[in-house]
Design a protein around this ligand. Structure first.
Ligand code: AMP
Length: 217
């Protein structure tokens, strides 16, 4: 299976779709946000810097992200492809990623853009909760994403948590950063002929059906 890069505004459903692809195609789901949230717990200057940036919707420096990503995709489980969720986040990261692929002799794969209306994404943020253990994402504002037992992960039984950056104020900053820094990647990858769009407004099942069609399933 080819590697998949998911690009979308925050709360459009990247994490949810990546989790489905991971379980169906047995490919690793690499979320730079999840990796950074783990690193932010470290009692070090770097841990505190990452924590501040994540909580305020500010990008972590490209150098840090690129090193993290390179170490991750060198691992054995990535040899037949992987799903990228949250990387690249800007054109500089995409350019560095192209170099990395060349060096590691890996293919780019496909880029799937999940399109969503800004107002719907903002509404989803309000109900989003996730599992700090297995990273499953839930949403109390969506029937198909509500956990079976309130506040508990269906998959591993852990208590669900709300992300510190999932509030209305930080969301607007994160959305504007997406438009300014990340959306130009759509042009970048369109020029390379690898972009597919799916409509993320109808939720988890519909998004997944569209993605499976693109992947030829
Ligand atoms: P996410 O879980 O993808 O919404 O990411 C949460 C936060 O982690 C973002 O708001 C950024 O602060 C940081 N982050 C995640 N991925 C990247 C990246 N590729 N480049 C810079 N910062 C990132």
């Amino acid at each position: 299976m080819k590697s998949v890069i998911l690009i979308a505004a925050p709360a459009a459903g990247k994490g949810t779709e990546a989790a489905l692809l991971k379980s169906e195609y047995n490919m690793p789901h690499i979320s730079t946000g999840d990796i950074l949230r783990e690193k932010s717990k470290e009692d070090s200057e770097m841990g505190r810097d990452i924590s501040y940036k994540i909580n305020n919707g500010i990008f972590v420096s490209d150098d840090i992200i690129i090193d993290i990503l390179k170490e991750r995709i060198k691992k054995e489980d990535c040899k037949n492809g992987y799903i990228l969720d949250g990387f690249p986040r800007n054109v500089a990261q995409a350019e560095a990623y192209q170099e990395m692929l060349k060096e590691l002799n890996k293919e780019l794969g496909v880029v799937i853009v999940i399109d969503i209306d800004k107002s719907l994404a903002a509404a989803r943020i309000a109900g989003r909760i996730s599992c700090p253990n297995c990273k499953e994402v839930y949403n109390t504002n969506s029937k198909e994403l509500t956990p079976k037992v309130e506040g508990i992960c269906d998959k591993c039984g852990e208590k669900l948590v709300k992300r510190a950056d999932d509030n209305e104020e930080t969301y607007l900053d994160r959305y504007n950063t997406y438009i300014e820094k990340t959306a130009p990647l759509i042009d970048y990858y369109t020029k390379l002929g690898v972009v597919y769009h799916v409509d993320g407004n109808s939720g988890k099942a519909s998004t997944h059906e569209q993605v499976k069609k693109i992947l030829g399933e």
